[in-house]
Design a protein around this ligand. Sequence first.
Ligand code: FE2
Length: 257
Amino acid sequence: MKITDTQTEHFHRNGFVMIPNPFGEETMLEVDRRQRENAGEWEATDWPKGMNIGACQFLMAGETVLSLVEQPQVVDLARSLLGTGDIHVGACGMGDASKTVSSDGRERQQVQWHADGGPDVKQVSFRTALDRHDTSNGPLRVLPGSHVREREDVAEELRQLEIATGQHDETPDLMFTRHPAEVEVVLDPRWTLVWTPSCWHATGVKSAAGPRRAMAWNFYPAGGRKRDLEALKHIHAGAWEKWSAERKTLWGLDNDR
Ligand SMILES: [Fe+2]
């Protein structure tokens, strides 16, 4: 999965680049099958407190997803975009995010504007939809170039746009409104979004019925986040200890980094 210099430049300037799905139809069908197979057990499990449940669902897909993440072309692209060979997977997830969003009691199934990181956080995320996330299916919306801007600066801009909708009596805490420069990413399973979650993002409203599943994982340089280490050890208990040194390093399991 080589990308061109101009595509690399696009990633650094705008915070994202879209590539043809590098995993192939057979593999995607296998992921889809495993997700459906595990969904019931995942939902019925009382996961340990503090464990990211999206990561648990991702890791439940077992070797299928481990080998996806470890595809040399994918890892090489992440290394090239992060500018270092020393990278690890520090976060991962699978499932239907629209289900967890509405669980905080809000009326609409929509994620507000936020950034998972700032200009100082280097990360590359690979996001592939299992169902088409079109305009009616809560698509991801990104604000190009916002990953290199001060967080408070972007937050204020979005707040002002939100107030300017005329819908608020008080200064809003959560911002949803459109930014004139945002990109609504209609993610079709035939494409993979390669992006940095340091870039501000939100979702559109999910008005369509049916699933909105995705899988995603983030690569970080040395010293970067290791959010899902506990989930990894939990799901692969008894197995991860015997993994190759290379696999352990890629999944952030060596202690001295
Ligand atoms: Fe996010």
